[in-house]
Write a protein of this length. Structure first.
Length: 367
């Protein structure tokens, strides 16, 4: 069985999910782009759905055995997940606050929500996507980390459902797709907008169908070994092409999300057969820093155009193609710095804290 941390194509895929979101966010800064947003870019918000489905798949892969055997430790699981997401969240929150303060002192007008104190408690407790934040304050992309935290807290329920259907994995996948389709339709009818556009109000609900779909896909992947590398490659190729064409055609979000799950499934199949597709070290590294890419992309969108317009004397934040490409590409080295200076050291430190606490527990019990 391929180890969860070593399904390298899925690690690489995370970078493409982050890049899709970056293109979606940065496209309006391209000169001449205006409202002419290509469908493929316009669907970039679904990069978040790709992250959510991946999260359900990978967490099921890493923790399913411990859940089955009764060795799952909820507290240790939550601490490990918190170590993964919280340090960078706090670092970007502080960074955005400092940036807003510096801009204010320099006489530069910024969105007052960047440092909205009324939104701070929800952001500190990772509940800003649960309808508990009055405004989309501080580092707005962190709403999805709040949604992930909701999924982490409820992971035992997802794992229980997946185990109940482990003998019928196709049924699990079918039910997950039906649930997603029904929820999307019901939410659209009741709320008047798509659930895939929800952030601080309904972000915690937004992750549920995608996370469940990822758990179900893992159950199917685990239940049925790969038939052949060629079949897995063909499935990945058709899924990838299908998603690109569906997004370019402006297809319904449900169809695209289902296709994204198929890509995950077949890439995991390829890894199982020993394929090196999307397993090159540079791609895997980009996947490892994808969380930093995602979390710094909006702060950088505020900083870069403002700096450039003053240096190059542009009339607005619309960038010519060359500068816009630098704008997009520069996120990667900044994310690498963030990963090595903040994300990875803090995560390792929190893991060491957990290990130190675990070693003290027996002595405390016998004291």
């Amino acid at each position: 069985m391929t180890d969860g941390q070593n399904i390298r194509p899925l690690t690489s895929l995370r970078f493409f999910a982050a890049l899709w979101v970056v293109l979606y966010d940065y496209w309006p800064n391209l000169v001449g782009a205006g409202a002419a947003l290509p469908n493929l870019v316009a669907k970039g918000y679904l990069g978040v759905e790709l992250f959510f489905v991946l999260s359900g798949f990978i967490l099921s892969h890493v923790y399913r055995t411990s859940v089955e055997t009764g060795r799952f430790r909820y507290g240790s699981f939550l601490w490990a997940r918190l170590a993964r997401v919280y340090p960078l969240h706090i670092a970007t929150l502080v960074g955005v606050g400092l940036m807003a303060g510096a801009a204010s002192m320099a006489g530069i007008a910024v969105d007052p929500n960047l440092s909205a104190w009324e939104a701070l408690p929800a952001n500190l407790t990772l509940t800003q996507a649960w309808g508990l934040s009055p405004v989309a304050g501080w580092n707005h992309p962190s709403w999805s980390i709040s949604a992930e935290w909701f999924a982490y807290l409820t992971f035992p329920a997802f794992a229980w459902a997946a185990l109940k259907l482990k003998a019928r994995p196709l049924v699990a996948v079918a039910l997950a797709i039906l649930f997603m389709t029904g929820l999307y339709a019901a939410f659209q009818a009741l709320a008047g907008f798509s659930l895939t556009h929800a952030t601080i109000r309904w972000g915690a609900l937004r992750i549920v169908p995608c996370f469940a779909y990822g758990c179900a896909l893992h159950a199917l992947w685990r239940a049925r070994p790969a038939d052949s590398r060629s079949q897995a490659l063909l499935g990945a190729a058709f899924s990838g092409a299908g998603v690109l064409m569906a997004a370019a055609a402006g297809a319904p979000d449900t169809l695209i999300v289902v296709g994204l799950g198929a890509i995950i499934f077949f890439l995991a199949r390829l890894a199982e057969t020993g394929s090196e597709l999307l397993s090159a070290a540079p791609l895997v590294y980009l996947g490892e820093i994808s969380y930093s890419v995602y979390m710094i992309c909006i702060p950088w969108r505020i900083v870069f155009p403002n700096l450039v317009t003053r240096v190059v004397e542009l009339n607005n934040d619309q960038l010519p193609l060359g500068l816009w490409l630098v704008f997009v590409a520069s996120v990667v080295p900044l994310a690498a710095l963030s990963y090595h200076l903040v994300e990875k050291p803090a995560r390792n430190r929190m893991k060491l804290m957990a290990e130190a606490w675990a070693t003290r527990r027996p002595s405390a019990a016998t004291a």
